[in-house]
Design a protein around this ligand. Sequence first.
Ligand code: HEC
Length: 143
Amino acid sequence: MNKIAAKAISALFAVALGFLATSTMANTDNDAIAERIKPVGSVCVEGDECANAVAAPAAAAGGARSGEDVYTASCAACHASGVLSAPKLGSSDWTDREAAKGMGTLVANAINGINAMPPRGTCASCSDDEIEAAVAYMVDSAK
Ligand code: HEC
């Protein structure tokens, strides 16, 4: 190899190295920017992987959740204020529905969904017993 060729090759090498270095730095910058401008919070809906990650340890650690816990976590969004005319906590709508349909039907409709009431009130990780406990909690709140 003559001297000029060797110089050319090492010059090319230097350019390539420089390019590599800048592009690596650029990536790091992008990551840093992405980290800096990411949203402060994110919405995690029951049934999403992120929600299961939160719900699973609770179920594993504490066994079945109480009716009040399930209500607060999954039902209150609609049943506290009567969104979409959901029967409100503490309202006679609950005792009226229990008298008209019976607890069995109320629980079945809570599990399967009815009209604007989503199946399991969107609590995909809730067992049938936990849904039943939440229904009992809401019905009892009206007594
Ligand atoms: C997205 C809003 C929403 C959420 C969340 C929600 N509900 Fe409902 N729920 C409704 C609406 C609206 C109705 C009224 C449906 C109807 O009678 O047309 C309803 C009705 C019910 C009924 C009465 C069913 C019947 O046959 O009369 C039960 C029981 C019930 N919900 C249980 C629950 C439980 C338990 C949870 C939580 C695990 C829950 N809901 C979460 C909106 C919701």
